[in-house]
Write a protein that binds this ligand. Structure first.
Ligand code: DCP
Ligand code: MG
Length: 366
């Protein structure tokens, strides 16, 4: 480990978040198997989350609601109330702010906190995590689990170890052993495919990964290989980033053949405008700059943008402006393979609502 003083990082993750909010707000649900998500009657409904009572029956997030009902016929299905979850999320953040402004929300129910320096001079990250958990219980009647360590990676894995309502501290001297015993599927960025690939190579735990050189890891896993090399040695220098500026939100489509007919292009733009508008409203964002992206059959890309003093709000305006921008780029030398529309410049002027934590995360993923 380096000689620089260690950071103090807390990862907080709410327990059975949506289901706990439902149980709190409807006491008849307390102690019962609650499933928040789509109805098992309709088609395509999935479980958003399940109370711990329902999890005993094998009900899991993202499972088809029908299957969940088969596993737990007595479960009560509840429709999500996102406004209630957002409000709880906001309240949790208010509690975090008593200790630090270095808060990085990952979703409505999860955040990293850097308490290397804390506002109340408590100095102990464990004490701060305990106080936060207590405040969440006392003030919000919800529970959270916490992981405390010197970096984000270990703190996040730790918060999952004693769920629900548990605190896990992994100090510097325990990190090496902890990482060695960690199964490969727990590593950041290891999806099912990579995990299967690793197992085929006889790599099951951190200890197995640690035997490989950085060059070897890079050869096997590309750029992520270097990340594995560091992380398995407990090195994760990613800072806690309080508020990641949302850059842009886009929708685009690649066509099965190259478009040459302007009417067809306009029809596609209208469709894409609708898509982008749906996303904007889902993430509560409005942008003042609109950009149209055009990719020619030869893969050359051009863009045309326009900025406004007011945010573009209606699908109609976005669609009309996009078509005008497309027209400004005509005539086209080649057929068009892809069209896209993006909105950016989301600033807070005109008292725009700040994107929710969820939106920020989704946009980062995007
Ligand atoms: N969520 C969702 N769909 C998923 C996973 C999660 O809609 N596939 C929602 C519902 C969860 C919330 O996000 O309540 C938080 O996700 P978590 O993975 O943290 O799950 P929980 O908080 O529900 O449970 P846990 O106690 O395991 O953290
Ligand atoms: Mg959670």
């Amino acid at each position: 480990m380096s000689s620089a003083p260690h950071r103090k990082i807390i990862h907080i993750d709410m327990d059975a978040f949506y289901a706990s909010v439902e149980q709190r707000d409807n006491p008849s649900y307390l102690g019962k198997p609650i499933i928040v998500g789509g109805s098992p009657e309709g088609r395509g409904g999935v479980v958003a989350t399940a109370s711990y009572e329902a999890r005993k029956f094998g009900v899991r997030s993202a499972m088809p609601s029908k299957q969940a009902q088969q596993r737990c016929p007595q479960a009560i299905f509840v429709k999500p109330r996102f406004d209630a979850y957002k409000e709880a999320s906001r309240q949790i953040r208010e509690i975090f702010k008593r200790y630090t402004d270095l808060i990085e929300p990952l979703s409505l129910d999860e955040a990293y906190l850097d308490v290397t320096e804390d506002k109340q001079n408590i100095h102990s990250a464990i004490t701060i995590a305990e106080q936060i958990m207590k405040a969440i219980t006392d003030e919000l009647q919800l529970t959270a689990s916490a992981g405390v360590s010197i970096n984000k990676f270990v703190a996040k894995i730790a918060s999952d170890m004693k769920k629900p309502n548990g605190l896990t501290f992994i100090g510097p001297s325990r990190i090496a052993g902890f990482m060695e015993s960690l199964p490969v599927e727990k590593f950041f960025g290891v999806g099912k495919v990579t995990a299967a690939k690793m197992k085929n190579m006889g790599l099951h735990t951190g200890a197995d990964l640690k035997k490989l050189s950085e060059a070897d890891l890079r050869q096997r896993f590309g750029k992520t290989g270097s990340f594995f090399y560091k992380i398995v040695r407990g090195i994760d220098e990613r800072p806690v980033q309080p508020y990641r500026e949302t850059k842009s939100l886009a929708a685009e489509d690649t066509f099965s053949y190259d478009l040459t007919n302007p009417e067809e292009m306009n029809a596609e733009l209208e469709r894409i405008a609708l898509l982008v508008c749906n996303r904007l409203s889902r993430y509560q964002l409005r942008g003042r700059t609109i950009t149209v992206k055009i990719k020619y059959a030869d893969f050359r890309i051009i863009t045309r943008s326009r900025s406004f003093t007011e945010p573009l709000s209606s699908t109609e305006t976005i669609s009309q402006t996009a078509k005008a921008l497309l027209a400004s780029a005509m005539p086209f030398e080649k057929g068009i393979r892809l069209l896209g529309i993006s909105l950016s410049n989301f600033g807070e002027r005109n008292s725009l609502p700040r994107p929710s934590a969820e939106a920020i995360q989704l946009l980062i993923d995007y």
